[in-house]
Structures are given as structure tokens and as C-alpha cells.
Design a protein around this ligand. Structure first.
Ligand SMILES: [Zn+2]
Length: 282
């Protein structure tokens, strides 16, 4: 049973690219790419066997499977060499019961997750661990990558710089001058990123990063890169396990928000449903 995943156009154009290819958009329509998994192979393991496997790995020290992302590696980036995983054991963030807030808005059983509760303090870690691991895999195959680059107003740069520092990979961060808190500005600087404050806004920084990443030696770390979704969707996989519950599709409309950070959990649910991994439902 060989698990597999690859890039494809999210709008359905023809084409399949390896996750080690440096490509961010569909060559036919210029639309976004997504990571496609071989769900038939995923369905080859029973729901009970998946649950048992994830439970055995969770929060343990057997590298890299104690991570909230890499404990589900078969559903994230199955063919990645374990030696190239760049992880600070992200995920596993607790849910807490917000009893009084719930009462005030008429919700009887409200649970909240604060994704900034992690080593970098950034809520982007689950996606960035996948992206930087992919870069390490690409570099191990001989590609000449000089740096990982991102535009940021704080969280992306905190996370990218931390993971690149852990991997020994150079990183370049473009920030809008005077629009980033001191607490978040100090993170890429102290993590050794080349940190550039520009007289523009985030969109101005992003335009420069897109320009820079046309040179394949500079790997693009912003959310146009679909590898980040593969990590971020693990939020729902962990939460579903913790709650012993996977909602039905029709009950999950709250996850269809426009912002990508809210869309990724929705993709996580869709992935669980498509894979037949509905073992958490009570
Ligand atoms: Zn396309």
C-alpha cells in the first residue's frame, strides 16, 4: 500500500505535478493549485485501524509522528522522507470550554481553540511545517534554493523564520514598515531571517515576493502555496479526534468562510469525508 499525493489545478485543468516541483499556479488557467491524495489507497485501511494508528502516535517522541501534523503524515505528505521533516512538534493545541462566553451568545457547549498557543506564537505553524519540510526535501534532491521568501504582517514571518532556522535554511521576510508589532518584528530578526521593512503595505510586499519567486531559487511561502493547506487542515483532524465527533456535511457550513485560514479546516473535513475516514462520528 503506497500512499501518494500530488499537485493539480483546483479548477480541474489537466496536469499533475510532483510535490517537489517548484510550481504555484496552473500553467493553463493561472488558477491556484491543490494537493490531491490517492483516497482509494487511504480507504484501504479501516477506520478503526487509522484511529488506533493516530492514537498510538499522538504526542509521543517517535520522530516525527508525535506532531499534530506529522502523526497524520499519510493524509498530509505521505511520500516525504522522514529525515526531511522540519517540525517543532506543532499542533496538539487544546480546546477549552468557554462556558460564560457561550452563555452570553446562547450557545450551550462552546469550545474555543487558540491556534497561537504554540512554540512560535503564530497560528500559521501547521501549514509552514509542511512547506519548509517540502523545501528541505527539494534541496536534498540537489535543487539550488537560496532562500524561502514571504510577505507578512507578522504571523507568517514568525513561523517561516522559526522553521527555516530549525532546518538551517535561509529565509527572507518582506514587511510593511511600521505596520508590524514589535513583538512579531523581533521574531524573524532573532531567528536570523533577512528582514526587510518596506515603505508599502502588505500587497506591495506580496507583489515583490511574487516577482522574486519567479526565480526558482527563491521559494514562495505565502498562502498561494497549497502545501500550507495540507498542514492547516490537520486542525480539524485533531479536533474531531478530541471531540469524538465528525460533523455531517450539512452541519458544517460555518467552515466555508472566505478567508483561507477559515477555508482550510473545511478542506480538512472534506478530506476526511472523501477518504471514508468518518470513524470519529459518535
Ligand atoms: Zn487550471
Amino acid at each position: 500500500m503506497k500512499h501518494d499525493a500530488w499537485f493539480r489545478c483546483s479548477d480541474g485543468c489537466e496536469g499533475r505535478w510532483e510535490l517537489t516541483e517548484i510550481i504555484y499556479r496552473c500553467p493553463s488557467c493561472d488558477g491556484l493549485l491543490e494537493v490531491k491524495h490517492d483516497v482509494e489507497i487511504l480507504k484501504g485501511r479501516s477506520s478503526a485501524a487509522w484511529m488506533s494508528l493516530f492514537d498510538r502516535r499522538y504526542m509521543r517522541t517517535s520522530w516525527p509522528y508525535g506532531s499534530g501534523v506529522w502523526g497524520k503524515k499519510e493524509l498530509v505528505y505521505p511520500q516525504l522522507n522522514d529525515d526531511n521533516v522540519v517540525s517543532i512538534y506543532e499542533g496538539g493545541t487544546n480546546l477549552f470550554w468557554a462556558e460564560r462566553l457561550g452563555e452570553s451568545i446562547g450557545l450551550e457547549d462552546l469550545w474555543i481553540k487558540q491556534n497561537g498557543n504554540g512554540h512560535s506564537g503564530s497560528f500559521k505553524d501547521l501549514g509552514i511545517t509542511v512547506l519548509v519540510s517540502a523545501v528541505k526535501e527539494i534541496m536534498s534532491r540537489g535543487a539550488d534554493i537560496k532562500a524561502v521568501v514571504c510577505a507578512s504582517t507578522g504571523d507568517t514571518s514568525a513561523s517561516v523564520s522559526a522553521y527555516c532556522a530549525a532546518a538551517g535554511i535561509p529565509s527572507v521576510v518582506l514587511l510593511p514598515r511600521n505596520k508590524v508589532s514589535q513583538a512579531q518584528l523581533i521574531q524573524p530578526i532573532s531567528n536570523g531571517s533577512l528582514t526587510l521593512a518596506l515603505d508599502t503595505d502588505f500587497d506591495g510586499c506580496m507583489a515583490l515576493v511574487e516577482q522574486l519567486s519567479k526565480d526558482k531559487r527563491f521559494y514562495l511561502a505565502n498562502s498561494v502555496n497549497p502545501l500550507r493547506i495540507e498542514g492547516q487542515k490537520c486542525h480539524v483532524k485533531s479536533d474531531a479526534a478530541r471531540c469524538d465527533y465528525l460533523p455531517k456535511r450539512q452541519d458544517s457550513q460555518q467552515y466555508t468562510g472566505a478567508l483561507r485560514q477559515y477555508r482550510d479546516p473545511w478542506i480538512g473535513f472534506k478530506h476526511l469525508w472523501a477518504s471514508g475516514l468518518e470513524f470519529y462520528r459518535k
